[in-house]
Design a binder for this molecule. Structure first.
Ligand SMILES: N=c1c2ncn([C@@H]3O[C@H](COP(=O)(O)OP(=O)(O)OP(=O)(O)O)[C@@H](O)[C@H]3O)c2ncn1[C@@H]1O[C@H](COP(=O)(O)O)[C@@H](O)[C@H]1O
Length: 117
C-alpha cells in the first residue's frame, strides 16, 4: 500500500512542478496542477469539503446506506490531504513515519504523557 502512496506522491510532486512552470502545457489537463495554481486556500477548501462528505457518507452507512460511497469519499479526503501536504513541501512518508512512531502506543498513554507537565 505504501508503494501506491509513494507513486502518488511522485505524481503529485511532478504536477506541482508543472503548475510552477510558467506557461506549462503539461499543467493544462491536470486537476492537481489546477489546484496548486489556485493556491492553498482552494486546496484547504477541498479538504474541508471532502471531510464533510466523509462524515455524511459514514452516517449514511450507519443507517443502512451505501458502504462504497463512504470508501470513495474517504479516498477523496486522503487524496486532497496528499495534495495539501505536497503543496506545503511534505509527503505521505512523513505521515506514515508519524503513524509508525505511534504504533503500539496507546492513545490514552500518549495523551497522558503530553498532559503530565
Ligand atoms: N486520486 C486522484 C483523485 N481523486 C479524486 N480526484 C478528483 O478530485 C476532483 C474533486 O472531487 P469532487 O468530489 O469535489 O468532484 P467534483 O464535484 O467533480 O468537483 P467540484 O466541482 O466540487 O470542484 C474530481 O475531479 C476528481 O476526479 C482525483 N484526481 C486525481 N487523482 C490522482 O492524481 C493523479 C494526477 O491527476 P491529474 O493532475 O488530474 O492528472 C491521477 O492520476 C490520480 O492518480
Amino acid at each position: 500500500m505504501s508503494d501506491l502512496l509513494q507513486q502518488l506522491d511522485a505524481v503529485l510532486e511532478s504536477r506541482k512542478q508543472d503548475a510552477d512552470a510558467e506557461g506549462s502545457r503539461a499543467a493544462e489537463g491536470s486537476y492537481v496542477a489546477s489546484l496548486h495554481r489556485k493556491g492553498l486556500n482552494k486546496i484547504l477548501e477541498k479538504v474541508g469539503e471532502e471531510a464533510t462528505e466523509v462524515i455524511l457518507a459514514a452516517k449514511d452507512v450507519e443507517s443502512g446506506g451505501d458502504r462504497q460511497a463512504m470508501i470513495a469519499e474517504t479516498a477523496d479526503l486522503w487524496f486532497h490531504s496528499l495534495v495539501m501536504l505536497s503543496h506545503l513541501g511534505a509527503d505521505s512518508q512523513e505521515v506514515l513515519n508519524e503513524l509508525g512512531r505511534r504504533f503500539g502506543l496507546s492513545g490514552l498513554e500518549e495523551k497522558a504523557s503530553r498532559t503530565q507537565d
